[in-house]
Ligand binder design. Structure first.
Ligand code: WT7
Length: 684
């Protein structure tokens, strides 16, 4: 194979003007001074938890030496490293002739090759003993159960791929999936992939307006939905939201509706809306996978950035699949006998990579659960673990904190002895929650993998290898093979041990996003212009004396509410679209369970702030964006603090929202009385 051009592997110093930023109270280049409790406690953390000898002996990567050798090789010879993995693990319809080409951010992978993601997840298992192995074990919230073997899943995917074709979907078209956590969601994803259509999944907790905005941005041709889904015993009315969204999304021609809840009020528009079960009756189960180029767009997934407009993160086929597959194997140490459960909704990237693509590409059994963890009671997750003898369990710190609050009596009622490995994702895990997870769920027996990654990275980047890494509670530990991170200051200079700075990636990796759909300029501006030559993740972090990474949180205006990413500007624009609101400033504040709560400072056109208006504004935001964005607090203010150039001083608002003294510099504050007024409102 010819040697490709690889560039951008070092961080060039940035000489231009940098926007100032802060890591939520952390002073750049020094240890955090005024950070939250979590950051304080992670700084003092020095407990070390090495894997047991028994675990290490059976692990897919079983020694420090092996890890180091892989990591060094991937860093020095990415072409050899990734080229071999792609040859050995992906099934190619046509072999690739170049492993990688081009500098970051334009790096392309496995050029010349052709493959199909659904064939990678399904067809190749059918010629092995796995054909009758459970691919998906699904349980609905009401307790209904379905098990699909690889052969079953293959049949359903082929049939639905034929349905899509019949409805006029062709290679390259975008298809929106707005569905509950039911097997049809996985089937629809893989069916899109099978015919080379690009799926764009929208989490079921988003509003009709959010669906319309995403349909329009992606120019989606068709939408697959359900009458509803079950959540805490109530029906989430998905089809109704779709109907509302379609008035504002002209590109969508057809709607396919799965009957899930049996909602009798579902209205079906002739020649536009079709029931899934009707369509599936008239198609065959023969559908050859369409071989697409390695770089063919597999999916778009919208995520929040620092402006009000969501970003359509676009992922490729070969690079993404290889990343999802290898990280699943390394980090979750998957074995053929395992029952693996990632609790994420498929509407988020975690569900894409670690409920569907990663596990299925590995031929694993993946458990899928439709509903809430506290329905019919707070023991539901533990009940599922006992019932299906789950071996590997992957969830989020916000869920763990809720479990702690609900009490140890819930997990104590169930047999959790099948568990051998635990995972965490979505936000920094506070050491208290880590220790509870380790003691109460893992019974001090199961390694914990705290996995740092993002929608943009496609797969896990920094994480313990469970058979190798001695873990420290609160640290996502070390980079996986092929990942070359650094902590830099605003000039792009590498920082020393325990100095807080920006987390960047210095080398490209196969599963990185390829662009923001329809806005390549924003892609370059967002990720590659702050620290030239590097991918800028948007997180603040430090690296300790042992080379362990400690991620502290976002440095931009992105909130992380219960593991969901939201932009402060999205919430602000929802608020100002209400007739009573003149101006709004939104900040996060530390929240016991959700990690971050949403606090909105609102100035009104007329000073008529009442509790009723607060409730109305909360409902308004919920309606505009979705329940995940419901403000925790609305505070009416006479004015919001601004710099002389008119920029909202979020740091001050964050201090006020958190009930902290304002310690930072206020010299650029335009009007000191604003601050005094806000505090008065605070006390009142
Ligand atoms: C942001 C990405 C990728 C899965 C779910 C979230 C935060 C994620 C961790 C972790 C500390 C984490 C970061 C990141 N984050 N995992 N293990 N430790 N922070 O995906 O919605 O794209 O959000 O979540 O701030 O930038 P996402």
């Amino acid at each position: 194979m010819p040697v490709p051009v690889i560039g951008g592997s070092t961080c060039r110093p940035f000489t231009g003007h940098c926007k100032s930023f802060e890591i939520k109270g952390v002073v750049m280049g020094s240890a955090p001074a005024t950070g939250s409790q979590n950051i304080q406690s992670t700084l003092q953390e020095d407990r070390l938890f090495p894997p047991s000898e028994a675990f290490a002996a059976q692990a897919n990567i079983d020694s420090e030496d092996k890890y180091l050798a892989m990591w060094e090789r991937a860093k020095d010879d990415p072409v050899g490293f990734w080229g071999e993995l792609a040859c050995d693990n992906l099934t190619w319809s046509k072999d690739f002739d170049r492993v990688m080409e081009g500098d970051m951010p334009e790096t392309k992978w496995f050029l010349g090759g052709k493959l199909n993601a659904s064939a990678q997840c399904l067809d190749r298992h059918l010629t092995t003993w796995r054909k009758n192995k459970a691919a998906i074990i699904w349980e609905g919230e009401p307790g209904d159960v379905r098990v699909l073997t690889y052969l079953d899943l293959h049949r359903e995917v082929c049939k639905f791929a034929n349905v899509l074709k019949r409805l006029g979907v062709t290679k390259g078209d975008r298809v929106t999936l707005y569905m509950p956590m039911i097997p049809e969601l996985a089937i629809a994803m893989l069916a899109c992939a099978r015919i080379g259509a690009t799926h764009s999944i929208i989490f079921g907790g988003f509003s009709a307006d959010a669906v319309a905005e995403r349909n329009n941005d992606a120019q989606a041709k068709l939408i697959v939905t359900a009458d509803g889904g079950w959540r805490r015993g109530k029906e989430v009315m998905l089809k109704r939201a779709v109907d509302e969204s379609l008035a504002k999304s002209p590109t969508v021609e057809k709607v396919v509706v799965v009957r899930r809840t049996g909602d009798l009020h579902t209205k079906m528009e002739p020649d536009r809306d079709y029931w899934w079960h009707d369509l599936m009756e008239d198609v065959t189960a023969d559908c050859e996978p369409t071989a697409v180029d390695s770089e063919h767009p597999l999916f778009i997934l919208y995520t929040s950035g620092s402006t009000g407009k969501p970003k359509g993160v676009l992922h490729s086929t070969a690079g993404y699949m290889l990343g999802a597959m290898m990280t699943t194997k390394w980090v979750f140490d998957l074995k053929d006998e395992d029952t693996y459960w990632c609790t994420a909704d498929i509407g988020w990237v975690t569900g894409h990579s670690y409920v569907v693509y990663g596990p299925l590409a590995n031929g694993a059994t993946t458990l899928m659960y439709e509903g809430a963890p506290n329905w019919p009671d707070e023991g539901r997750f533990w009940d599922l673990i006992e019932k299906y003898r789950v071996n590997v369990f992957y969830t989020a710190p916000t869920a763990i904190r809720a479990f702690i609050k609900w009490g140890d009596e819930w997990p104590a009622k169930y047999d959790l002895s099948s568990l051998r490995l635990l995972g965490s994702v979505g936000e920094p895990i506070n050491p208290e929650a880590w220790m509870w997870y380790h003691n109460v769920i893992g019974k001090e027996r199961c390694p914990i993998v705290d996995t740092w990654w993002q929608t943009e990275t496609g797969g896990i980047m920094i994480s313990p290898l469970p058979g190798v890494t001695a873990t420290k509670p609160g640290s996502c530990t070390k980079p996986l093979p092929g990942v070359v991170p650094d902590i830099v200051n605003e000039q792009g200079e590498s920082l020393g041990p325990n100095e807080g700075g920006l987390l960047v990636m210095k080398q490209p990796w196969p599963s990185m996003l390829r662009t923001l759909y329809g806005d390549h300029e924003r892609f370059i501006e967002t990720y590659f212009s702050k620290i030239p030559g590097c991918y800028f993740a948007g997180d603040g972090a430090r690296r300790d004396e042992d080379g362990y990474y400690w991620v502290m949180g976002r440095v931009d205006d992105v909130l992380n509410v219960a593991g969901h990413r939201l932009s402060t500007m999205e919430v602000e624009s929802a608020l100002v679209s209400h007739k009573a609101v003149a101006e709004a400033a939104v900040v996060g504040f530390p929240h016991e369970v959700k990690g971050e709560g949403i606090c909105c400072f609102v100035t009104l056109k007329q000073n008529t702030g009442t509790q009723a208006l607060k409730d109305e504004l909360k409902a308004h935001v919920r309606k505009q964006i979705g329940p995940i964005a419901t403000p925790d607090e609305i505070r009416f203010a006479v004015a919001v603090p601004k710099t002389r150039s008119g920029k909202i001083m979020r740091r001050l608002l964050r201090d006020i929202a958190a009930g902290r003294e304002t310690l930072g510099d206020t010299t650029t504050l335009e009007d000191y009385s604003v601050l005094a007024n806000l505090r008065k409102e605070d006390e009142g």
